[in-house]
Design a protein around this ligand. Structure first.
Ligand SMILES: *Cc1c(COP(=O)(O)O)cnc(C)c1O
Length: 370
């Protein structure tokens, strides 16, 4: 699905030098490498504050901790996503309220959010799934009307760009009150272990989240609130700082691979290719087909036999997960999400796909669905 080894070979000198520098300095926790990467990422994204943390799940948790929510407060999130989003809501004693997604974009449905708002709703956590922004203009408008916080899960969408109707452009994660991302190795900007970051333009929230990520401490050994320990490792910051200058190029290569897939599957009536909204660019964390009129799971197995990995992100929506069983929800409540869970199939997508590999994948997918 990804080829991190080939990508490393192309930037080996810079990565190795950065790692060596950290080892020589022995500044393994915080220190100048983390600071440098933080600053470079702030400049790259055009956001006031980047707060590096231990991983994307921590980023989401710290973001929600900073909002001063009380047990029972409701947080709205899509049911078709990775589990982390709902997990942190549940861990904090908040009430996850899941809503359906759009069948075409696979992102949170703004209409469904509107219907799910109650007097207890405090925040919305849209997920920019597979690399395309959720439709943030109407979502932010809705949030303003109801005085809700918006915490973007931009773990799959770093560098995707959203254009508002007045022409304003914002990067994914820099639109709502807070944005979260992950540097998990296979993410679009991935390190060689765990890593994550929080974005915000709000000085007060930034200060709060920096303290929370550091044991709730502003003045050393004075703890004003309950916090956690979540830091971006300096060695990982060295990897990320070497990769960041290549991010535009990496995104372009993903988009080229996606364009080749789109072209290759254009005339295949059994495959629905990704649908993009005009307001957002797509950075293709995943290239996800919707397979119709043929057995998706059999197709995946047959592709595997031909040496082509394909993955199902995600086979079970949140409302049907055992750990999140809730009398409020049952099978059939979120038809788009349940349909997607039955038909999505993600093909290999990374920065090192060459034409020969793409041709081989396209040819075999078309053959097996003919
Ligand atoms: C990867 C991911 C996360 C979690 O990131 P980690 O760094 O693995 O904790 C959260 N949400 C989404 C949508 C993700 O893809």
């Amino acid at each position: 699905m990804v080829d991190l080894q080939a990508q490393y070979q192309a930037i080996k000198a810079d990565v190795d030098a950065g790692i060596q520098e950290v080892i020589n300095s022995a500044a393994f926790i915080k220190g100048p490498k983390v600071e440098a990467f933080r600053q470079h990422l702030e400049e790259h994204l055009g956001v006031r504050h980047v707060i590096p943390v231990g991983n994307g799940t921590d980023a989401l948790q710290i973001a929600l901790m900073a909002l001063g929510l009380k047990p029972g407060d409701e947080v709205i999130t899509p049911t078709f996503t990775f589990i982390a989003t709902a997990e942190v809501v549940a861990l904090l004693g908040l009430t996850p309220v899941v809503v359906d997604v759009d069948r075409d974009t696979m992102n949170i449905s703004v209409e469904a959010v509107r219907r799910a708002i109650t007097p207890r709703t405090r925040a919305i956590v849209p997920v920019h799934l597979f690399g395309q922004c959720a439709d943030m203009e109407p979502l932010m408008q809705l949030a303003r009307e109801h005085h809700l916080y918006v915490v973007e899960d931009a773990c799959q969408a770093i560098d995707a760009q959203y254009t508002f109707s007045d022409g304003t452009r914002c990067k994914a994660g820099c639109i709502g009150h807070i944005g979260c991302t992950s540097f998990f190795p296979s993410k679009n900007l991935g390190c060689y272990g765990d890593g994550g970051a929080i974005f915000t333009d709000n000085d007060r929230l930034a200060e709060e989240m920096r303290a929370i990520a550091n044991h709730g401490m502003v003045v050393r050994y004075h703890h004003d609130r309950v916090g956690v320990n979540s830091r971006l490792d300096a060695l990982q910051a060295a990897v990320l700082d070497a990769k960041l200058p290549h991010l535009n190029e990496y995104t372009r290569r993903r988009q080229e691979a996606a364009a080749a897939y789109n072209e290759g599957f254009r005339d295949n009536p059994r495959l629905l290719t990704p649908v993009c909204i005009p307001a957002s660019t797509h950075v293709y964390h995943q290239y996800t087909l919707r397979v119709t009129g043929t057995d998706r799971d059999r197709l995946r197995d047959q592709l595997a036999e031909r040496g082509i990995p394909a993955m199902i992100y995600y086979p079970v929506p949140l409302h049907l997960q055992k750990a999140y069983q809730d009398p409020r929800y049952k099978v059939g409540d979120f038809p788009a999400a349940e349909w997607l869970a039955s038909c999505v199939l993600s093909l290999p997508m990374h920065t090192e796909l060459d034409n020969e590999q793409l041709d081989y994948i396209i040819r075999n997918v078309n053959l097996l669905t003919a």
